[in-house]
Design a protein around this ligand. Structure first.
Ligand SMILES: NC(=O)c1ccc[n+]([C@@H]2O[C@H](COP(=O)([O-])OP(=O)(O)OC[C@H]3O[C@@H](n4cnc5c(N)ncnc54)[C@H](OP(=O)(O)O)[C@@H]3O)[C@@H](O)[C@H]2O)c1
Length: 266
C-alpha cells in the first residue's frame, strides 16, 4: 500500500495516473477491472471508516486528504491526471471536494454511481430527505417494530422514539450505542437474500423499515420482502451532487476512461 508521503514512481511514457475515490462495490470492481492496464497507474483511496477494510486491487491509500486544499496537493504531488468519484451515494462531502479540486486543476472527473432504487407497484414507501423527517414519519405512522438500516453512525435521532422497538442492522457495532429505550443490534454484512429478508421481517414482526436509497443488488432484497409482506418503508433520498459526468456501472466508467484519459495499449 502507498501512503500519502510516498513519492510517486516515475511513470513510463504514455502512462496516465488515475485516482479512484472508493469504499464501494463499484470502486473495488473498477480497481479490479483496471488491474492489468499498463497504460494507467491507478490509486484507490478509502476514507478509513471501517476497522479492517478490504484492500482494493493494486495501489491504495487510506484516510482523508484534508479537504479541498489537501486533495489538490495530493493530486499535484502524485501527478495524477484524472479522478473517478466512486464514493457511496450517501457520502455527502467527498464528491463536492473532488469536483472543486478537479475544477481547480483542470482534471477530468467522472462520477460512478449505481442507480437509485425506484418504488414498484405494491410498495408502501415514504421518501424523506433527512433523518428528522424519518423520525416524524415514524411517529405519524404509529410504527412499533422497526428495522433500522441507516448506518451505525446515524442512529442518534431515532433514540428519541420511546414507543418503538428497534432492530438495528449494521456491518459493525455502533460505538457508543445511543440511549435507545428498546433496541437490539444485528451485525450483518450484505448481500442479503430474499429468503433471509422475508424470514427476518416475519420473525421479528417488523412493521417498518428505515433505510437509505443506496441502490444496488446487495441490499435490495429487503424492499421486495417488504412489498410482499406489506411492510412500510421510510426511504431517505439521495442529496444533490455536483454536476459531473455520470457513469452508472463499471463498463461505462471504462469507456469514459478510454475516451477522456487513456486507451489500453495492445
Ligand atoms: N455514507 C454512507 O452511507 C456510506 C456507506 C458505505 C460506504 N461509505 C464510504 O465511506 C466513506 C466515508 O463516508 P462519509 O459518509 O463519511 O463520506 P463524506 O461525508 O463524503 O466524506 C467525509 C470525509 O471523509 C474523507 N473521505 C471520504 N471518502 C474518502 C475516500 N474515498 N478517500 C479518502 N478520504 C475520503 C474526506 O476527508 P477529507 O476532507 O479530509 O479529504 C471527506 O471530506 C466514503 O468513501 C464512502 O464511499 C459511505
Amino acid at each position: 500500500m502507498r501512503t500519502d508521503r510516498s513519492p510517486p514512481e516515475p511513470l513510463a511514457r504514455g502512462v496516465r495516473g488515475l485516482l479512484i475515490l472508493g469504499g464501494t462495490t463499484e470502486g473495488y470492481a473498477l480497481a479490479e477491472a483496471l488491474s492489468e492496464r499498463s497504460d494507467l497507474r491507478v490509486v484507490s483511496s478509502l476514507a478509513g471508516r471501517t476497522e479492517q477494510p478490504r484492500r482494493p486491487c493494486g495501489e491504495s491509500r487510506i484516510g482523508g486528504f484534508g479537504g479541498i486544499p489537501g486533495l489538490i496537493d495530493y493530486l499535484r504531488a502524485q501527478r495524477l491526471d484524472a479522478v473517478i468519484d466512486a464514493t457511496h451515494p450517501f457520502a455527502a462531502t467527498m464528491g463536492w471536494n473532488a469536483a472543486a479540486a478537479c475544477d481547480a486543476l483542470g482534471l477530468p472527473l467522472l462520477r460512478l454511481e449505481r442507480p437509485a432504487w425506484q418504488p414498484q407497484p405494491g410498495d408502501d414507501w415514504q421518501q424523506i430527505d433527512d433523518w428528522p423527517a424519518a423520525v416524524a414519519a415514524l411517529q405519524r405512522s404509529g410504527a412499533r417494530r422497526v428495522l433500522l438500516a441507516v448506518g451505525r453512525q446515524e442512529l442518534a435521532p431515532f433514540a428519541a422514539l420511546d414507543a418503538v422497538s428497534f432492530l438495528i442492522r449494521a456491518v459493525s457495532a455502533p460505538r457508543p450505542l445511543p440511549a435507545f429505550k428498546d433496541a437490539r443490534v444485528l451485525l450483518a454484512r450484505g448481500p442479503f437474500t430474499l429468503v433471509d429478508e422475508r424470514a427476518l421481517l416475519a420473525d421479528e414482526r417488523i412493521d417498518t423499515i428505515v433505510c437509505k436509497n443506496s441502490g444496488g443488488a446487495a441490499t435490495a432484497a429487503k424492499l421486495r420482502a417488504a412489498r410482499e409482506l406489506g411492510v412500510r418503508v421510510i426511504m431517505r433520498q439521495r442529496a444533490p451532487r455536483p454536476p459531473t459526468t455520470l457513469a452508472t456501472d463499471v463498463q461505462a466508467a471504462l469507456a469514459w476512461l478510454d475516451t477522456n484519459v487513456s486507451k489500453p495499449s495492445d
